[in-house]
Design a protein around this ligand. Structure first.
Ligand code: UTP
Length: 243
């Protein structure tokens, strides 16, 4: 058995949703502050960050669909947009984050040996940048994956339509996977809470997932470094029920 790195030096993988990067309000200020945070935390521990495509990706996917592109071609359109966001964030973070973000999980592992943070968009058709984050996390034996998203956690009902909805602070992998598999259609641009293949990969590897509101950067920092934070925690030790 290869010894695990000490907990405060284990890599952390962060997936920033495109809906967090692009809200139409204060986006450039958010990019700047996020870049500062990632540069600082990335110097302290190995950090990998994926960037989503958000509404820009969905808009181009919609356009491509009306033009008759296949699902794979639409995924590729989405990937281009996620890479554009990675390039913007990476350029703002500056060296050692390269101007050309990596395009495969293998090259992320290579780059992480020479510097941190490593920032990238999508890799190949069939999953999302949350899925990429999960695959990277499994590959580098990450301590956790932090999903920075546009909600502040997982709710028992849709909080947008139901005022009675309550946030669930802790979930087991089986509870969370059931929610994700039920809510995801598999079409390009369609994802619910987290990538379903990504959820399966993390559950199998026993890597916890935190779902946190991405625009609250103090809270995001707490989540990345492993302090208590606002959001939902999935698959942490003690949350799995015995069968
Ligand atoms: P996102 O990762 O942005 O997916 O990729 P999303 O679920 O729409 O997430 P948010 O809203 O940004 O948080 C956008 C699309 O690009 C394709 C998929 O079609 C995805 O829905 N994609 C992305 C891939 O096919 N492979 C990848 O590795 C990444």
């Amino acid at each position: 058995m290869v010894p695990a790195p000490p907990p405060d030096r284990a890599p952390v993988v962060v997936s920033i949703g495109g809906s967090v990067l692009l809200t139409g309000t204060g986006d450039s200020e958010y990019f700047e502050r996020l870049a500062d945070l990632l540069r600082r935390l990335g110097a302290e521990r190995p950090l990998v960050v994926t960037t989503g495509g958000g509404r820009t990706a969905r808009e181009y996917i919609r356009l491509g669909r009306t033009l008759g592109l296949t699902e794979v071609e639409l995924d590729e359109v989405g990937i281009e947009v996620t890479r554009l966001h990675a390039r913007l964030l990476s350029a703002r973070v500056g060296p050692p984050a390269p101007a050309h973000p990596p395009t495969t999980v293998a090259s992320v592992v290579e780059q992480l040996r020479t510097g941190s943070p490593v920032i990238l968009g999508g890799t190949e058709p069939g999953h999302t940048t949350d899925g990429v984050a999960a695959l990277v996390a499994v590959r580098v034996r990450a301590a956790r994956v932090v999903n920075a998203t546009d909600v502040d956690g997982v709710y028992d009902r849709n909080p947008r339509t139901n005022p009675e909805a309550r946030r669930i602070e802790r979930l087991t992998w089986s509870e969370f996977r059931a929610m994700v598999h039920e809510g995801t259609s598999g079409e390009a641009g369609q994802n619910f809470l987290f990538d379903r293949l990504g959820a399966d990969a993390l559950a199998r590897a026993g890597i916890p997932l935190l779902i946190v509101p991405g625009r609250d950067l103090e809270n995001l920092e707490d989540a990345i470094v492993g302090r208590p934070c606002r959001g939902s925690r999935i698959g942490e030790t003690g949350t799995e029920k015995t069968p």
